[in-house]
Design a protein around this ligand. Structure first.
Ligand SMILES: Nc1nc2c([nH]c(=O)n2[C@H]2C[C@H](O)[C@@H](COP(=O)(O)OP(=O)(O)OP(=O)(O)O)O2)c(=O)[nH]1
Ligand SMILES: [Mg+2]
Length: 310
């Protein structure tokens, strides 16, 4: 990281949820491609100051609320860049291309249609994913699960992993189909299992032990989000090599569901995520008020069963 160019960049989210992108000039590095506005941090400059300065210079806006979103170290043939990307959720002024660059406000899902530099793939994913990832508790009754999910939706949850380790594969598939029908389009689901789920748009969450078994071809059969459970540097590397969209990293703190596991703690998690260029949710003993701490330690947000249920 020391020799990489430290670049501050912003995912700027307007009040309607759309995201601002700009087109790089043809004379610039990565010219002609779309980017998240920003630029090089100056020597001795604090990160947030650099972000404010760049957005003022390039867009004529003043940042009012921003927090870290994702850090991506990327090696281009001619230079290495550390893209230090923040989410800007409030600003004053009217954004305009102060350097003559074209701008566009885009729905998060539509970002996939734009050509970005190679380093940007995980930033686009981070811009599309929410800050919380709910993992369902194991319940013996589908009706109770539905009631709890309705409450979670009211509380702003929209990304959910169906974890029901008490069910065999056919029973699990039956629940999955009923839940897909019932919550039609309101939840982004990730399912577990030995094969990619075949339902359109359904995601797939791999156990750590599947990282060495699943092929990239099998992963590509999944039309929704792909994710993996990771617990150490080795599993994070495997997840990166396989090419999942995001991971969970656990256990952060002691939990009731995994009492025998040794917790990572905040500092070790932050050290692991510094070198990991994909969105990661911290998991284990966390609740919503700890989100800002998770962001400060390099995470996309938090995942949880009990901590996010109700
Ligand atoms: N701002 C920004 N830079 C990106 C993105 N993706 C990506 O690979 N980069 C690379 C391209 C450049 O090598 C570097 C950013 O430097 P820059 O050219 O924007 O720096 P700057 O605004 O200070 O510009 P300049 O005055 O040197 O032209 O990071 C992105 O989404 N936003
Ligand atoms: Mg720039």
């Amino acid at each position: 990281m020391s020799e990489a160019l430290h670049v501050m960049a912003a995912v700027i989210r307007g009040s309607d949820g759309r995201i601002l992108i700009a087109r790089r000039g043809s004379h610039q590095d990565q010219g002609g491609l779309w980017e998240f506005p920003g630029g090089k941090l100056e020597p001795g400059e604090a990160r947030l100051d650099g972000l404010r300065r760049e957005l003022h210079e390039e867009l004529g806006i003043d940042v009012q609320a921003a927090r870290p979103l994702i850090g991506v170290l990327h090696h281009y043939p001619k230079r290495s860049v550390w893209l230090d990307v923040w989410l800007v959720s409030s600003f004053s002024g009217e954004a305009h291309g102060a350097e003559g660059q074209p701008l566009r406000w885009v729905e998060p899902a539509a970002l996939d249609a734009y050509a970005f530099p190679e380093a940007n793939r995980p930033i686009v994913t981070a811009a599309q994913l929410p800050e919380r990832y709910l993992i369902t508790p194991e319940l013996d009754d589908l009706g109770r699960l539905c009631d709890g999910l309705e409450q979670a939706l009211t509380g702003g949850i929209r990304l959910v992993q169906l974890r029901q380790n008490q069910l065999d594969a056919p029973a699990y598939a039956a629940w999955a189909e009923q839940l897909l029908a019932r919550f039609d389009g309101r939840i982004d689901w990730l399912f577990k299992g030995s094969h990619a789920p075949h339902w359109p748009g359904a995601g797939w969450h791999l156990r750590a032990s599947q990282l060495g078994e699943v092929s990239r071809e099998e992963l590509a059969r999944c039309s929704g989000w792909t994710a993996a459970s990771c617990h150490n540097a080795n599993e994070l590397q495997q997840a990166l090599a396989l090419g999942v969209d995001f991971v969970t990293l656990s256990p952060l703190l002691p939990t009731a569901s995994h009492p025998q596991a040794t917790p990572l703690g905040w500092e070790q998690a932050a050290a692991l995520l510094r070198d990991f260029p994909k969105p990661a949710y911290l998991l284990g003993g966390l609740t919503t008020p700890q989100l800002p701490e998770a962001w400060q330690h390099g995470a996309q947000g938090i995942a949880g069963i009990r901590g996010l249920w109700r």
